[in-house]
Design a binder for this molecule. Sequence first.
Ligand code: ADP
Ligand code: MG
Length: 289
Amino acid sequence: MALMSGPRSIMKLALASSPASVESARKQPAIQVSNLSIVFDTNRGQTIAVDRVSFDVAPGEFVCIVGPSGCGKSTVLNTIAGLEVPFEGDILVEGSRVYSPRPDVGMVFQQPHLFPWKSVRKNIAHGPRMLGKSTTEANAIADDLIAMIGLKRFADAYPNTLSGGMQQRVAIARALANQPRVLLMDEPFGALDAQTRAVMQDNLLELRDRIKATIVFVTHDIDEAIVLADRVLIMSAGPGRILREVAVKLPRPRSSAVMVEPTYLSLKKDCLDVIRAEGLRAFNQSDAS
Ligand code: ADP
Ligand code: MG
């Protein structure tokens, strides 16, 4: 069953670009992270969470960031979202500096964080309403997205009546309702069981082929990263640095069925070698300290 087999009318939600903006988008990355360091003040002094991280993401590219718990993945993503201020370095989204959250950057977290008192439709329509759309316009946007995530029957349902996977689909639709050029996803399937997670990965791949947004997706699951991404950035144990970039040259459209292909297995081996070496280094370091 294709859960996101909604009407093609959703294409109007795709990122509309004039020829001129397409030309300029080609010239500049959608996201530029330059020499980013984040330091937190804690009661044990200063903690370096992220250490001189640099990477670019091309328009429409799907980049996954993997790394062990606490390595700074969420901090990097929050900084791109404007929820964290760089200690050092710079972040440009679509060529402009990020100071605070902005509507062209959508974010999905591990927990759906839906408004429990609003229906599915109202949750999704909330963003467009805040941006000044009429109720009718906002509901039309929501209904297109509801069709796309396969929850037409649940448009008037409240979040607490939905499964975890359904709630997360609503959270993704809500992030897409403002037609973001960039979608940031922080372990969005991390709280779901393995079966639901695989379905959600396939749904996201299908969705991504329709919306053409630039996506940065954080996970600690290397399989999830390779199945989804055009490029995987592997981070070190904290303080987080980028250890390796792995280009995933698996054909699209893609699904989780790709996990048995020889190219996939060889890519996974490359990633696991880097992760294993880093795990060993971090273990030895913690043992020595
Ligand atoms: P990840 O998402 O990779 O698990 P985080 O980005 O959440 O890692 O955290 C990176 C490091 O920064 C951790 O050591 C964490 O304890 C620390 N950290 C994150 N947010 C804060 C904060 N607001 N104050 C102090 N330390 C923080
Ligand atoms: Mg995190």
